[in-house]
Design a protein around this ligand. Structure first.
Ligand SMILES: O=c1ccn([C@@H]2O[C@H](COP(=O)(O)O)[C@@H](O)[C@H]2O)c(=O)[nH]1
Length: 225
């Protein structure tokens, strides 16, 4: 089985990010770079991380008008990320424009409901029906727009998988037993998330903030194997 874990390297410093990524590389399936890294290091930093040789997931959560998102994806094309994210709430036209603008080899997946939100948070921003309903609604929209899959929490993964069998389901909010939950609200263990049907497990702080990140990554890989 390919290792489904993409470690979230949420650091602003290139040297620190490279050192950490190189250390855990034997125990993960890929690297996820997000806004903290990209805003500090830009495309050149991403290219330097790509040189480590692992598949790269560029988690920029693009959310703008279709023309602007398409332009952003054209600008990123030279980095050839394995996976890139946009926000499903951008709507059908934006999602379709994103897929059309990305290289064919790049999987474009859309964030449904952030794993840091719960039903109360959705209600506070005017979304009725709760997280499960909203994820299902947005996953259907994402599929209709021709994307490769979604980002969802482990709690909605089985339902998304049942409705969309070939989806790439990217799952953050993953916490090994005993790990601090932090700002995440919809979590499960790596093994539970995988059993629910996750394609990719995004794991950051349980590895990167561990006293021994290599041991933490190795333990997760062992648990999943
Ligand atoms: O809904 C989402 C979408 C993206 N993320 C990103 O995943 C990692 C999670 O890091 P942890 O340290 O394991 O909490 C982080 O980079 C987020 O930007 C998410 O958590 N939820």
């Amino acid at each position: 089985m390919t290792n489904p874990v993409f470690v979230a390297i949420d650091l602003p410093d290139l040297a620190a990010a490279r050192t950490l990524a190189a250390a855990v590389a034997p125990h993960v399936g890929g690297l996820k770079l997000g806004l903290e890294f990209f805003c500090a290091q830009g495309p050149a930093g991403v290219a330097a991380m790509a040189a480590l040789g692992l598949p790269l997931f560029l988690d920029l959560k693009l959310h703008d008008i279709p023309n602007t998102v398409a332009g952003a994806l054209h600008s990123l094309a030279g980095l050839a990320p394995a996976i890139v994210t946009v926000h499903a709430a951008g709507g059908h036209a934006m999602l379709a424009a994103a897929r059309a603008a990305a290289p064919a080899a790049t999987k474009v997946v859309a964030v449904t409901v952030l794993t840091s939100l719960d039903d109360g948070d959705l209600s506070a921003i005017g979304v009725a029906g709760g997280t499960a309903t909203q994820v299902a609604r947005l996953a259907a929209l994402v599929r209709a727009a021709g994307l490769d899959g979604v980002v969802a929490s482990p709690h909605e993964t089985a339902a998304v998988r049942a409705a969309w069998s070939e989806a790439l389901i990217v799952v953050p909010g993953v916490r090994p037993a005993g790990s601090a939950v932090g700002d995440q609200k919809r979590v499960m263990t790596p093994r539970e998330a995988r059993a629910a049907g996750a394609s990719v497990l995004v794991i950051g702080r349980p590895i990167t903030a561990a006293a021994d990140p290599v041991a933490a990554a190795a333990a997760i890989a062992r648990d999943l194997s």
